[in-house]
Design a protein around this ligand. Structure first.
Ligand code: ADP
Ligand code: MG
Length: 446
């Protein structure tokens, strides 16, 4: 085999078949020189996509085959050959794709059971008849598949209605974009982009707009625009519109006007089935006992998936046995790791994993500098929780979160106040943290 083919084979072994077929159909190794390896792909868009995501694999494969690091470049060629063109349908659709959907999140990869079939059926209905059921409002707890279903609708439309303009955004992005446009005096453009260009708009996690009056007004008008023009608007939240207690009443009533569906927590049996499906998909042989342990430790599907992904990752390197699995379960589901003189010590890593799971952020973002509403929220509640339930000192908390003493004190006070005022979101996060970390609710003195 020549070097070019070897590099391709090595890359193939590192990239899933689906991705390979979708994105690498035009991929070639053009030349291999001592000081530079040149790859080529069908166009600029593919080049951007794969170079952002597979840089590590490119370097690894080069090192593996050549024996040492060699820099590489990716060229985008204009491919005129009509046969190759047939293999890249995504490219033709690209101009209409206004946001990237997660390719893994499809209707096919969504496991349906009694607990979520209402949500699933609703999403399918909306995907088949966009504009008919307005607004489509999907709600349910953390990690139960809301974002997955939104992406599934997007992927379905991309495939079946490539002419439609579809956009997914988080409520946080909606808010940030609006705030920036207000600052720049460009709210007209903000509205134009959302209202005039789109056939389907999805806004995820709108609960974060609680108490944000101005943003809610904009959302209200956006909603009306889509409804009046029979364009589809889809919204997700972790609770019902009525439970969004700090939402404007007019917005709450508008949200209830269309199709409202709930995703519940899976029952144990279904969770078991889901775990089995994930394991099979990743080709990891787990017996029922192992699956049961994983299921028992996971309070939502995200955790379940996280554990199985980690096992799959490990199993490519070592044989996975019961004790290895227990370790991973503990690591991800956040069960205590040390039992020191009868006291449970929750380590930073586990705690940050739990926070990141609840807020859908990366653990590394928690003690970094970046400030978004979501991150600040996660940090502040995290600091409060560490103080009140993990018995950490302000100094220890400051060290964990990379914040100074006064920020920690401020955060703890602020969250304490929210708890006193019965803030539903804060209380829910605290309950979830307790659940994940399996801590007694017994409160230590502040
Ligand atoms: P949410 O948005 O409700 O917090 P997500 O959609 O992000 O939850 O789901 C968390 C993870 O669990 C994702 O990786 C998702 O693919 C997976 N997941 C959730 N429900 C299902 C399901 N029914 N079938 C397959 N995967 C699921
Ligand atoms: Mg989500």
């Amino acid at each position: 085999m020549d070097v070019k083919a070897e590099i391709i084979n090595s890359l193939k072994s590192k990239i899933s078949r689906k991705i390979w077929e979708m994105w690498f159909s035009t991929f070639k190794v053009e030349s291999v020189k001592d000081d530079l390896i040149t790859f080529s792909v069908g166009n600029l868009f593919i080049k951007d996509w794969i170079s952002q995501r597979y840089a590590r694999q490119f370097s690894e494969s080069i090192k593996e085959i050549i024996g040492h690091d060699v820099p590489y470049q990716i060229k985008d060629e204009v491919v005129e050959d009509s046969q190759t063109k047939q293999n890249i349908p995504l490219v033709r659709k690209r101009p209409l794709l206004l946001s990237e959907f997660n390719k893994e999140y499809t209707f096919e990869s969504f496991v349906v059971g009694p607990f979520n079939e209402e949500g699933y059926d609703g999403a399918i209905e909306v995907a088949k008849n966009p504009g008919k059921m307005n607004p489509f409002f999907l709600y349910g707890g953390v990690g139960l598949g809301k974002t997955h279903l939104l992406n599934a609708i997007g992927n379905y439309l991309l495939e079946n209605e490539p002419d439609l303009h579809v956009m997914y955004m988080t409520a946080e992005k909606f808010m940030n974009d609006l705030v920036v446009s207000i600052k720049n005096g460009s709210t007209i453009d903000f509205r134009k982009n959302l209202r005039e260009k789109l056939d389907v708009l999805m806004i995820d996690d709108i609960q974060i707009l609680e108490g944000k009056e101005g943003i809610q007004s904009e959302l209200f008008h956006t909603l009306n625009h889509f409804i009046d023009n029979q364009r589809q608007i889809i919204l997700c939240s972790d609770r019902t519109p009525v439970q969004l207690s700090q939402f404007q009443p007019r917005l709450v009533s508008r949200l209830q006007m269309g199709l409202m569906v709930k995703i519940d927590n899976p029952d144990l049996k279904t969770k078991f089935e889901i775990a089995k499906t994930f394991a099979a998909k990743n080709s990891i042989p787990l017996d029922d006992q192992m699956l049961r342990e994983i299921v028992n430790a996971s309070d939502n599907i995200r955790t379940l998936k996280g554990i199985i992904n980690k096992i799959a990752f490990k199993s490519s390197k070592i044989a996975v046995n019961e004790s290895e699995i227990s370790k991973i379960v503990k690591e991800i589901a956040g069960v205590q790791i040390k039992d020191f003189e009868g006291e449970k010590t929750v380590e930073k890593e586990i705690f940050f994993n739990a926070l990141s799971m609840i807020f859908d952020i990366r653990p590394a973002e928690i003690d970094a500098k970046l400030r978004t509403a979501k991150l600040s929220n996660a940090r502040q509640i995290g600091m409060f929780f560490a103080r009140k339930y993990l018995g950490k000192t302000f100094a220890e908390i400051g060290e964990w979160f990379g914040r100074d003493h006064s920020s920690v004190v401020y955060a703890c006070k602020k969250v304490e106040e929210s708890v006193r005022l019965d803030n539903a979101m804060v209380k829910k996060v605290i309950l979830q943290l307790q659940e994940i970390l399996k801590i007694n609710t017994k409160e230590s003195a502040m």
